[in-house]
Design a protein around this ligand. Structure first.
Ligand code: FAD
Ligand code: NAP
Length: 339
C-alpha cells in the first residue's frame, strides 16, 4: 500500500483523539521518493496535502478533502562520535519514544526527559516538543526539510527554526516545510534535569540516589503513566491548551482573588500560568458533555470518551476558553493543530 493512494479512508486509527473523519485520499510515505511522488501527483490533481505523523497533536473537525500523507519513513543512525559527543539522525516517520529509548540504550544522554511523548521524530520540531524542563531545541542540531513551494531540500540549523515555547518556524508556516529527518547532539555524560515537577521525588521513592539517563527516563515514564490517559484507552491529544504567559500585573490581580494560583516567573519578567490549574479552579475537571470531556485527573487534557466528533471537542474547548477569559481575564490558546 505504501506509495499507493486509497480513497475515502477513515482517519480514526491515525489520530489519538480517535475522531472518525474521512480522508478523500490517503497514502503512506516510507522514503523521500514516495514523498516527492505523492506531492507531484497531488499538484497535478490540484489537491491539497495534509502531512501527518502519529496524529497525536491533531483535532480533526471535518472530513479532509485532501491527500493525507502519513509519514512512515524509518531509520536512525549515528552521524558522528568523538567518544563523548555524538550526533544522531532519525527519519521523520520514526516513532518518538522508541527512538528516545534507542538513544538511551546506546548510552547517549539528552532525550531522557522527553520520554513517552507520542508521535514521530518528524513532528517533534513542529512545536519544539517539551516536557519536564527540556525542549528538543536543547539538543537539536539540524533537520532536512522539503520546501513544498519550490520542491527543494533545505537544511535548517538551530538558529533557523525560531524555536519558542511550543512553537517554531514550521508551526508558524503551516504546510510550507515537510520535515524529512532530524539531527540531535547527545553526549555520553549525563547533565540531569531533575528540578521539574515530581521527578527528583519519584527517583528518591524508587531508591535511586545516582540516577542514570535510563533511570530518569523510567521515572518520567512512571509519572506520565499515572497521570496521563493512554490514547489507546481514552482518546486525547495531550495538553489541549498552552500554558498562558502573562504580565506580572495580571498574576497579581488573579492572586488577590486566588492566593494559590500556580505561576512560574520567566526570564523576561513575564509569568507562565499553569493552564490546568485555571481550568480546574473553574470547575471543569472531570466535566463531560456527551462523549467530549475533561480528564478526571489532569484538567489540561480534553478526552473523547468514545464517539465525540471533532466539532464537539472543539465546542467544549471554546466554552472552556470563554469561561477562563471571563473568570481570570486570561486567553487560552489551543495547542493541537485544528483541521
Ligand atoms: P501529528 O499530530 O501527526 O502532526 C502534528 C502537526 O505536525 C500537524 O500540523 C502535521 O501536519 C505536522 N507534521 C507532522 N509530521 C510532519 C512532518 N514530517 N513534516 C512537517 N509537518 C509535519 N507534546 C509535547 O510537546 N510534550 C509532551 O509532553 C506531550 N505529551 C503528550 C502526551 C499525550 C498522551 C499526547 C496524546 C500528546 C502529547 N504531546 C506532547 C503532543 C504530541 O505528542 C507532540 O506534539 C508530537 O510531537 C506530535 O507528533 P505527531 O507525529 O503525532 O504529529
Ligand atoms: P505538572 O508537572 O503537573 O505541571 C503543571 C504545569 O506547570 C506544567 O504545564 C508545567 O509547564 C508547569 N511547571 C511545572 N513545574 C515547573 C517548573 N519547575 N518550572 C516551570 N514550569 C513548571 O505537568 P504535567 O501535566 O504532569 O506535565 C508534565 C510535563 O510534561 C510538562 O512539562 C508538560 O508540558 C509535559 N506534557 C505536555 C503535554 C502536551 O501535550 N504538550 C502533555 C503531557 C505532558 P510546562 O508545560 O511549560 O512544562
Amino acid at each position: 500500500m505504501t506509495g499507493q493512494w486509497q480513497e475515502q479512508v477513515s482517519l480514526k486509527p491515525y489520530n489519538t483523539f480517535g475522531i472518525d473523519v474521512k480522508a478523500r485520499y490517503f497514502s503512506q510515505a516510507r522514503n523521500d521518493l514516495h514523498v516527492r511522488q505523492a506531492l507531484s501527483q497531488a499538484q497535478r490533481l490540484a489537491l491539497p496535502v495534509l502531512v501527518i505523523g502519529g496524529g497525536s497533536n491533531l483535532l480533526l473537525t471535518r472530513d479532509i478533502d485532501a491527500l493525507v500523507l502519513h509519514m512512515a519513513s524509518q531509520g536512525r543512525r549515528v552521524l558522528s562520535d568523538d567518544g563523548e559527543h555524538v550526533v544522531v539522525e532519525a527519519e521523520a516517520g520514526e516513532p518518538w519514544h522508541p527512538f528516545v529509548q534507542w538513544t538511551l540504550a546506546q548510552g547517549f544522554c539528552g532525550l531522557e526527559n522527553l520520554s513517552l511523548i507520542p508521535g514521530t521524530v518528524g513532528a517533534a520540531p513542529m512545536q519544539n516538543v517539551g516536557a519536564y524542563g527540556v525542549e528538543i531545541k536543547d539538543v537539536f542540531v539540524g533537520l532536512t526539510a522539503l520546501d513544498r513551494e519550490t520542491g527543494e531540500l533545505r537544511d535548517f540549523a538551530l538558529a533557523d527554526c525560531a524555536f519558542g515555547y511550543r512553537d517554531s518556524v514550521f508551526k508558524r508556516n503551516p504546510g510550507r516545510w515537510l520535515i524529512l529527518r532530524v539531527r540531535f547532539a547527545l553526549s555520553r555524560t549525563l547533565h540531569a534535569h531533575l528540578d521539574y515537577g515530581p521527578v527528583r521525588q519519584r527517583l528518591a521513592e524508587q531508591g535511586v540516589t545516582e540516577p542514570t539517563a535510563q533511570a530518569i527516563s523510567d521515572a518520567i515514564c512512571s509519572i506520565r503513566r499515572e497521570k496521563l490517559p493512554d490514547p489507546a484507552e481514552l482518546g486525547n491529544a495531550g495538553s489541549f491548551f498552552k500554558n498562558p504567559v502573562v504580565s506580572a500585573e495580571c498574576v497579581a490581580r488573579i492572586r488577590a482573588q486566588y492566593p494559590g494560583v500556580v505561576a512560574y516567573p520567566q526570564a523576561d519578567g513575564q509569568v507562565k500560568l499553569a493552564a490546568g490549574w485555571l481550568i480546574e479552579q473553574a470547575g471543569w475537571k472531570g466535566y463531560r458533555e456527551g462523549d467530549a470531556g475533561v480528564h478526571r485527573l489532569q484538567s489540561l487534557v480534553l478526552v473523547n470518551h468514545g464517539q465525540a466528533s471533532g466539532a464537539q471537542m472543539h465546542a467544549l474547548a471554546r466554552r472552556i476558553q470563554a469561561d477562563i477569559l471571563e473568570r481570570f481575564g486570561v486567553e487560552l490558546e489551543m495547542e493541537p493543530n485544528l483541521y
